[in-house]
Design a protein around this ligand. Structure first.
Ligand code: MN
Length: 333
């Protein structure tokens, strides 16, 4: 029988029983997953646990201020797992596919695996087989981890608070997407009691434009395709363009959000070419039309109004499938 945990207290009680713990998050981590694993790492260390953070791949540049390289083992560079793993906590996803090949390697050690997350379960993807704590009312996984650390009885310090403040601030995009709840602000207010340099966090997360990036953006914005009377926008970020402007993947991640600032747009579709035939799809909606079903169409997932996935095949094919689906959705309402 699958055990589902509904209270952070239960989760805390369970964690307390284990000593050899691994923390991880999804591939190409973002501020939420990264902040959670670092915060809990510091907290579990304070409790005297043997704890390791192991991620599939490296940490994007803009998070270097959290000094991730001091604490995180990168599985693609160093695939050696600790000899004993009793418990694995996975943050900010419940989709094991985006933790591979690390997920299978961890699983082979036969630990308990918990997903701690705020994403809906996939309608057409793998279900988390193991115990999970999923709170879709949370605007960030950081909110859940905040409560968890309180329940573990660990006192907050500047390191823990800065990591969690990064989670909450990043996932709410500076307190814009708060899921109609005061909780993100209440958590942030509490964290500010523990000397968080808020200006530094905001600057690293949101003010990291470069001259190259601005030149790239101006080119990309002139190439946007509009559909459905300007409600749907599509743009492709090609390897050729990213190479020409010398940008890495993480530096072009916010293009989707920038397109969403156009007033007529209800849905933005951005396809980033990661390899000649590997397309990273990102979808956003302002809330009238859901975009999860479009992501699932290509084997992806996410939230109702922010989703994505990977399409293997030519860019034009991915574009055709997704534009068709989204246009139908808009015209069927
Ligand atoms: Mn998140």
């Amino acid at each position: 029988m699958k055990q589902t945990i509904t209270q952070t207290q239960e989760l805390a009680d369970l964690i307390i029983r284990y000593d050899h713990i691994v923390l991880t998050t999804h591939r190409q981590c973002d501020g939420d997953g990264l902040g959670c694993e670092l915060a809990l790492y510091y907290a579990l260390k304070k409790m005297g646990k043997s704890v390791k953070v192991i991620n599939v791949d490296g940490t994007p540049k803009k998070y270097k201020f959290l000094e991730p390289d001091l604490h995180i083992q990168y599985f693609d560079k160093n695939p050696e797992l600790p000899p004993q793993i009793e418990l694995v906590l996975v943050f900010d996803t419940n989709d094991e596919r985006i933790i591979e090949p690390l997920f299978s390697a961890l699983k082979s050690k036969d630990p308990l695996i918990f997903f701690i997350d705020h994403h809906p379960l996939l309608q057409n993807g793998p279900r988390p087989e193991t115990e999970s704590y999923i709170d879709m009312s949370a605007a960030s996984t950081g909110e859940i981890v905040f409560e968890l650390i309180q329940k573990l009885g660990v006192s907050f310090d500047s390191q823990i608070a800065t990591a969690l403040y990064t989670s909450v601030t990043f996932d709410t995009q500076m307190y814009r997407f708060i899921r109609n709840s005061p909780r993100p602000h209440l958590v942030a207010a509490e964290l500010l009691r523990h000397s968080v340099n808020t200006e530094e966090v905001h600057r690293h997360l949101f003010s990291h434009q470069t001259i190259k990036k601005i030149a790239f953006i101006s080119k990309i914005f002139s190439q946007i395709d509009y559909f459905a009377d300007g409600k749907l926008a599509f743009v492709a970020l090609t390897l050729e363009d990213m190479n020409y402007f010398g940008l890495d993947f993480d530096e072009v991640r916010d293009v989707t959000d920038q397109i969403m600032t156009i007033d007529s747009i209800e849905i933005a579709l951005v396809i980033r070419q990661d390899k000649p035939n590997i397309m990273k799809v990102s979808l956003r909606s302002k809330g009238v039309y859901e975009v999860l079903s479009a992501a699932e169409k290509i084997g992806g997932g996410g939230h109702w109004y922010a989703s994505g996935g990977t399409y293997v095949g030519p860019l034009e094919d991915a574009k055709k499938i997704l534009i068709n689906h989204l246009q139908n959705q808009i015209s069927n309402r």
